[in-house]
Write a protein that binds this ligand. Structure first.
Ligand code: NAP
Ligand code: GCO
Length: 267
């Protein structure tokens, strides 16, 4: 009989969560720390890393912060080597760092398109490529890509983001297919609409104090009738990082309060 506490324990594991000074990445890394993992996180500049380190400390966790732009392959390789030196080889990678640009496609500069694709799709490839050799050698590893509702659905103004997150779903399936034989599992988490800085513009109160139209729209589209919060993602992320998911591979776990299952409330 498998011990359930051991099943969900990350004791002795090294977890690297990208872009995790705050937001969804911070919540996932905090959950992993509570489960016993040693935490590495990166962000794009020292100020953010320092703020993140302080935030982890305030939350009661140790975390090693590294300045690293995930689109810079040399920096990613150096950071992976430094994490390995400081904490040990990476057992769990969460490709969390991401941006969005909300611009009508016919008005979007190719440079904006490329920046979103670079961070949201090419960077997960770069970081996964950096950690895979050691995982292959040790015949163990977990790679978790943070996908999106936009891995499945489109909407106005988010063409680059949807293309990237749709591609990230397929990259997840391909890593699962190519590396499953090394006992490496690669899965995705597809958060619904989560209250973080990234979605703050969609929840801003209007001048008259009323809710943002998109805010009301999302609540009507969600059976749970609320926005998600980062804590909603912690359990699913722990499941996919733990032994409990050793035979789950190539799956995108949608944590969306039911949005993808629901036609939406009649206005
Ligand atoms: P967020 O609050 O904007 O945080 C994103 C993090 O990624 C920030 O720390 C950001 O640092 C970092 N980052 C951006 N570009 C980077 C780069 N080139 N190198 C290293 N770090 C970089 O976003 P979030 O809401 O927590 O979302 C986290 C992930 O979940 C993203 O992949 C997002 O697409 C996805 N997601 C979010 C939602 C949602 O509703 N919030 C839903 C589904 C999926 P800076 O501060 O420097 O930008
Ligand atoms: C948007 C939002 C969404 C969320 C998330 C939904 O503008 O539609 O930012 O894209 O960030 O990806 O799962």
């Amino acid at each position: 009989m498998v011990n359930m506490q051991e099943m969900f324990s990350l004791k002795g594991k090294v977890a690297w969560v990208t872009g995790a000074s705050y937001g969804i990445g911070f919540a996932i890394a905090s959950a992993y720390a509570q489960a016993g993992a040693k935490i590495a996180f990166n962000d794009i500049n020292q100020d953010l890393v320092d703020k993140g380190t302080a935030a982890y400390k305030e939350a009661g966790f140790e975390a090693n912060g590294y300045v690293c732009d995930v689109t810079d392959e040399d920096a990613v390789v150096r950071t992976n080597a430094q994490i390995t030196k400081d904490l040990g080889p990476v057992d769990i990678l969460v490709n969390n760092a991401g941006i969005i640009k909300r611009i009508p496609m016919h008005e979007m500069a190719a440079s904006d398109w490329r920046k979103v694709i670079d961070i949201d799709l090419t960077a997960p490839f770069i970081v996964a490529k950096a950690v895979l050799p050691s995982m292959m050698e040790r015949q163990t590893g977990k790679i978790i890509n943070i996908c999106s509702m936009m891995s499945e659905l489109g909407r106005e103004t988010v063409s680059a983001y949807a293309a990237a997150k749709g591609g990230l779903k397929m990259l997840t399936r391909n890593i699962a297919s190519e590396y499953g034989k090394y006992n490496i599992q690669c899965n995705g988490i597809g958060p619904g609409y989560i209250a973080t800085p990234q979605t703050a513009p969609l929840r801003e109160r209007q001048a008259d104090g009323s809710r943002h139209p998109f805010d009301s729209f999302i609540v009507a589209k969600t059976p749970a009738e609320r926005w998600g919060n980062t804590e909603d993602l912690e359990g699913p992320a722990l499941f996919l990082a733990s032994k409990a998911s050793d035979f789950v591979n190539g799956h995108v776990l949608y944590v969306d309060g039911g949005i993808l299952a629901y036609i939406g409330k009649q206005p």
